[in-house]
Design a protein around this ligand. Structure first.
Ligand SMILES: Nc1nc2c(ncn2[C@@H]2O[C@H](COP(=O)(O)OP(=O)(O)OP(=O)(O)O)[C@@H](O)[C@H]2O)c(=O)[nH]1
Ligand SMILES: [Mg+2]
Length: 405
């Protein structure tokens, strides 16, 4: 378990552009107030830093501002904790204006109680990871300026969130699903495979920071809008969750969450629990969920069978088993989505003039036509229609909506 956590920290370090030259583990019941670790261990790390020439020491656990400062004084190198490393990765990966603002906000909130220590660094700039902060100018300003910048960012982000909400409303009526899950589970790969569109995929952590929405055609007139979102990780810094809340609004308004799990990962159970925890923190636990076990191509038939049995026996949520690399395996997911889209549509009989090709076309395009009969100048259509179309149909003059079947 500890080894797995450390392995993940190494991947994070790699993603941030660092190179691991040594690791130290200490099992402790309670962290010491001064160094987090015991004195002996601090001495051991000091030696290791000397032997390897390391210029950075990263802790998997979060350090209090004082602890970090004391450790830096004792080790005489830059010290980072897990949260800071994750913030650093987000900072280097943010592409859109919104993501950049969100990361900056989270960094400033993290920085505020640690300003003093950060100033120390700037005076002896060492380069490398950890210094890609919000920029020197901001660091040089005092707390009050940082506070002002924080409220400014919050205001700007609020405006972006508002315009996004307007955009969302204009898409009203469409069935919406959001991909959520642990980082590197394959969310973007799945959306890419299903929508046939180009999305950034990488075997590093936090490839995606911005949510992207794609229309996915499910066949027989069913379409669903699927949103890809930022991945979660163990001990995601609190400030980041808060900052990315509005991006994750997409998930809140989704009709369905597709919780993607990397079934080939040794720790998938823990990862799944962590994702559930973050979803709860974001108050998203009420949104209906389908579990999507991905990377099945990496399992043997035996492993796949026992996974399916286990999930069937223990899991109350519906689950599908897929591989983003095998298009055929996605049918199960498409069928599940199709069933959800259908269940949200209302079955109606519509009677309309034969000449009204426009309405008929809309029924085919947005709904599902189950039967069509012509008699004289009238057509009688039985169809399933989404709410938005139902609303429009009921306003068409001379059109009769018969009782739902
Ligand atoms: N073998 C295998 N690899 C996969 C599958 N799906 C995704 N991958 C690989 O897993 C890695 C991560 O995939 P992404 O799609 O970027 O994962 P993500 O969940 O979007 O990750 P973040 O954006 O970082 O949260 C990439 O190297 C993919 O090629 C799959 O079904 N099988
Ligand atoms: Mg992604």
């Amino acid at each position: 378990m500890v080894e797995e956590h450390l392995a993940e920290l190494m991947r994070l370090t790699d993603t941030a552009g660092g190179q691991v030259v040594g690791t130290v583990i200490q099992r402790i019941n309670a962290p010491t107030p001064r160094y987090y670790l015991g004195r002996g261990k601090v001495e051991r790390i000091r030696e290791l830093v000397g032997e390897t020439g390391a210029d950075l020491v990263i802790f998997d656990e979060d350090l209090k501002p004082d602890q970090a400062k004391n450790l830096e004084d004792a080790l005489d190198v830059r010290v980072m904790d897990r949260s800071e490393l994750i913030l650093d990765i987000f900072a280097s990966r943010a592409r859109t204006r919104e993501a950049k603002m969100q990361v900056e906000l989270a960094q400033l909130e993290y920085l505020r109680p640690r300003l003093k220590r950060m100033w120390n660094h700037l005076s002896r700039i060492r380069g490398g990871i950890g210094l890609r902060g919000p920029g020197e100018t901001q660091l040089e300003t005092d707390r009050r300026l940082i506070g002002r910048r924080i409220s400014d960012l919050k205001k700007k982000l609020g405006a972006v969130a508002e315009s996004r909400a307007v955009q969302r409303r204009s898409r009203d009526g469409a069935f919406r699903a959001a991909l959520v899950g642990y980082t590197n589970a394959g969310k973007s790969s799945l959306l890419r495979a299903m929508s046939g569109s180009d999305l950034f995929v990488e075997d590093r952590l936090f490839a995606t920071l911005d949510s992207a929405t794609r229309a996915v055609e499910l066949g027989s007139g069913h379409e669903v809008l699927i949103t890809d979102t930022v991945g979660f990780i163990r001990k995601l810094p609190h400030h980041l969750i808060a900052s990315f809340r509005s991006t994750l609004e997409e998930a809140r308004e989704a009709d369905l969450l597709l919780h993607v799990v990397d079934a080939s990962h040794a720790e998938w159970r823990e990862q799944k629990e962590i994702v559930d925890g973050v979803l709860e923190e974001l108050e998203l636990e009420e949104v209906p969920q389908v579990l999507v076990f991905n990377k099945l191509d990496r399992l043997t038939h035996g492993e796949e069978r026992s996974l399916r049995e286990r999930i069937r026996a223990l899991e109350s949520k519906p689950a599908v088993f897929v591989s983003a690399f095998e298009l055929d395996s996605l049918d199960e997911l498409s069928d599940t989505l199709k069933a959800r889209v259908r269940s949200r549509m209302t079955a109606v009989h519509v009677s309309l003039p034969v000449a009204d090709g426009e309405t008929l076309a809309a029924l085919y395009r947005e709904g599902e036509v189950l039967s069509l009969e012509e008699s004289g100048t009238e057509m009688s259509v039985t169809a399933r229609v989404p709410d938005a179309l139902l609303g429009r149909l009921s306003q068409v003059e001379g059109l009769r909506l018969l009782e739902p079947s």
